[in-house]
Design a protein around this ligand. Structure first.
Ligand SMILES: C[S@@+](CC[C@H](N)C(=O)[O-])C[C@H]1O[C@@H](n2cnc3c(N)ncnc32)[C@H](O)[C@@H]1O
Length: 471
């Protein structure tokens, strides 16, 4: 009879396995770091301020805003500190992400307390950022930190060649740093100009005049009368014109005669923007459960605009903020009207590939101003051409705009380009990688990228990239 020795075999195999495990453990233990006898202090592992300030301070000295929680925000906080943290008094005036330093509130704490519509914490829509509901704004707080990281001084110059609704300019103005914003859409040049000018409106005088005026008379001035048919806008062959000149021409040739024309230029423009805001609300909310009569939008927007102007006036006076005066130019990012090596930093956000129709988004505004939308479409990066050709033209224009940014930057100057990875015809675009690969041939000496997750929000956008380039 054959003996069954399988049980014996298994015990034998298990014995071998145990031996192997033991010898592996012995080998591993040779590589083990010696056991800590003392545990690290909790503050060194749990205090994010220590990490942000590279060990220089703890949260007892410096407090980040409570809503600073995303990785990109912490990185930007660390980056702005690394450039400006040597002088805490100046840092308190400039920081975007710290709320308190040595028991004193920072300037951003006060500025971001001037609340606006759609605001998220201390990041966006404060001050006049929320004026005119432009789709595609980036966050002022992030831009401020990038300006800080690039170490731009009060005698420096920041350029935004795709300025849109002027976020970069509003930030530069409150930092006291000169800036130039350029856009090929004349309507947005006007919006940007009014947003920066409205920062310095004298609220007490404005409200005194308003107390003697009926808001509906203002509304009727803009919408109740026939506007001039004479073309005020000279077209896209007349580039590089100051937005103030565009506004002066619009007032002279396009807007009706009436009592508003007797007001100071900045006041007239303020009411104009408020009316354009109401026009946008009215256009977008038609047919939804938020629909209201046009005049109601205007009255509500006017009251909210005035609240912002009052609070902005108070905070700038109380904190002694000296605003810089940005320049807005109607022009092209593809042929910048600036000499070589004249700019300290470029902070910008070009159109995100070909996915967003910037003309359609603001058609109501362009129509009000009598600007030819098909002509504008031929000028905008990302809207030229059809189907396959569209992407090729976008790529070509992006390369050209980067060549221009490089040309106007001073040696060692930096560019921060914010770009989203939108989906086009089922494919997720990856222009961030393309820009990084072009950087050396365009002459940039360094290139880095920070990724920002888009939480919720626009489904077609998963990440935004902050591409950092150094000349
Ligand atoms: C993403 S938006 C910029 C938004 C801006 N960062 C803001 O916060 O409001 C891109 C802008 O690029 C502008 N643009 C497109 N082609 C341009 C060109 N060739 N030159 C200058 N601006 C252009 C568009 O009109 C649009 O305003």
């Amino acid at each position: 009879m054959k003996r069954d020795n399988s049980a014996q075999k298994t015990t034998f195999q298990l014995g071998l396995l145990k031996q192997e495990i033991l010898s592996a453990q012995t080998k591993l233990s040779k590589h083990k770091t010696p056991r800590r006898l003392t545990l690290p202090p909790l503050t060194s592992v749990a205090d994010i301020t220590t990490w942000v300030t590279n060990g220089a301070y703890t949260r007892k000295t410096m407090k980040l805003f409570n809503d600073v929680c995303q990785v990109y925000e912490l990185l930007l906080a660390r980056m702005e500190f690394s450039t400006l943290g040597d002088d805490l008094a100046e840092f308190a005036q400039r920081t975007a992400y710290f709320e308190e330093i040595n028991g004193y509130k920072t300037l951003h704490y006060y500025l971001s307390a001037v609340r606006g519509k759609g605001q998220i914490g201390h990041s966006n829509q404060y001050l006049t950022h929320w004026f005119y509901p432009y789709k595609g704004k980036y966050h002022g707080q992030m831009i401020k930190a990038l300006i800080n990281f690039m170490g731009v001084k009060k005698n420096g110059l920041v350029l935004d060649p795709f300025v849109g609704s002027g976020t970069t300019l509003v930030e530069c103005a409150t930092l006291g740093i000169p800036s130039i914003g350029i856009d090929i859409n004349p309507a947005l040049c006007i919006v940007s100009q009014i947003k920066v000018d409205s920062l310095s409106l004298n609220y007490p005088e404005l409200s005194r005049w308003l107390s003697k005026t009926k808001p509906l008379d203002i509304f009727n001035y803009f919408f109740g009368q026939v506007r001039e048919k004479r073309p005020w806008f000279l077209g896209f062959s007349h580039l590089n014109r100051d937005a103030k000149d565009l506004l002066t021409e619009a007032w002279a040739w396009h807007l009706p005669e009436g009592f508003i024309k007797e007001l100071p230029f900045e006041w007239r423009n303020f009411f104009f923007l408020c009316c354009l805001h109401a026009l946008s609300d009215h256009t977008y909310l038609q047919g939804t459960n938020k629909e209201r009569p046009f005049t109601e939008f205007f009255i509500r927007d006017l009251n909210e605009y005035l609240d912002t102007i009052r609070d902005t006036y108070t905070v700038l006076q109380d904190r002694g903020v000296k605003l810089a005066q940005p320049e807005v130019l109607f022009g092209s990012a593809l042929k910048l009207p600036l000499p070589p090596e004249s700019v300290d930093a470029v902070i910008t956000s070009p159109p995100y590939s070909i996915a967003i129709d910037y003309v359609k988004n603001d058609e109501h505004l362009l129509n009000y101003l009598g600007i030819d939308t098909s002509e504008l479409r031929e000028q905008l990066v990302g809207l030229k051409g059809k189907r396959q050709e569209k992407l090729r033209l976008y790529e070509k224009d992006m390369k050209q705009s980067l060549t221009e940014m490089h040309r106007v930057l001073k040696p060692k100057g930096g560019a921060a380009i914010v770009l989203g990875d939108v989906v086009v015809e089922g494919f997720r675009t990856n222009f961030c990688s393309k820009i990084l690969s072009w950087a050396p041939e365009l002459g940039f000496s360094e290139a880095e990228v920070i990724r920002r997750a888009i939480l919720g929000g626009f489904a077609r956008l998963r990440y935004e990239y902050i591409i950092l380039l150094r000349k």
